[in-house]
Design a protein around this ligand. Structure first.
Ligand code: AMP
Length: 181
């Protein structure tokens, strides 16, 4: 299965992705994790991305898209993947559409985890990641509203909306059921 996971920061996409990846047998590809791994390794890509991530802003699309394209070209992603954190803008969605068209494959679905802002702020503050301070959280929510939420419309023909304020298990069960698994 080829899926995109959508939702505001703190919606629990990453947590759900890990479980879904195992159950569906497809790799979990998180752009945030890829960036953090590059930052940890001190690569040029990591150095470039760090200032944007620390500020809660989007890393420029050319850098991000190149990284995703390379990752999707790896063997394990040939028959399916779960994209977590990409695309985050309509421009990125159009790039992804191009990559998939070129490969002759289609997205099976876009899972939209729906959570209120109060819940995501609480979840992010509890998570305590380096970019989870109040100022950065505010910026990321604004970026989500302005840049990422329009993707729900862009993918209207394949969106699967999951109410995502319950427990990890409940949300996973609802997602698997919605995917017909
Ligand atoms: P995440 O782990 O998905 O919350 O991403 C953490 C940070 O990585 C974001 O706040 C952005 O700075 C950066 N990032 C992740 N994915 C993307 C993307 N698709 N486009 C631009 N920046 C991204």
């Amino acid at each position: 299965m080829r899926l995109v996971l959508l939702g505001p920061p703190g919606a629990g996409k990453g947590t759900q992705a890990v479980i879904l990846s195992e159950k569906l047998g497809v790799p979990h590809i998180s752009t945030g994790d890829l960036f953090r791994a590059n930052i940890g390794d001190g690569t040029p890509l990591g150095l470039e991305a760090k200032s944007y991530i620390d500020a809660g802003k989007l890393v420029p699309t050319d850098v991000t898209a190149r990284m995703v394209k390379e990752r999707l070209a790896e063997d394990d992603a040939r028959d399916g993947f779960l994209l977590d954190g990409f695309p985050r803008t309509v421009e990125q969605a159009e790039i992804l559409d191009g990559i998939l068209t070129e490969a002759g494959v289609v997205l099976d679905g876009v899972v939209n985890f729906q959570v209120s802002e109060d819940v995501v702020v609480d979840r992010m503050l509890a998570r305590g990641r380096a970019d989870d301070n109040e100022e950065t959280i505010r910026t990321r929510l604004q970026v989500y509203r302005n840049e990422t939420a329009p993707l729900i419309e862009h993918y209207a023909d394949r969106i699967i909306t999951i109410p995502a304020e319950g427990t990890v298990e409940e949300i996973n069960a609802a997602t698997m059921a919605a995917l017909g698994k």
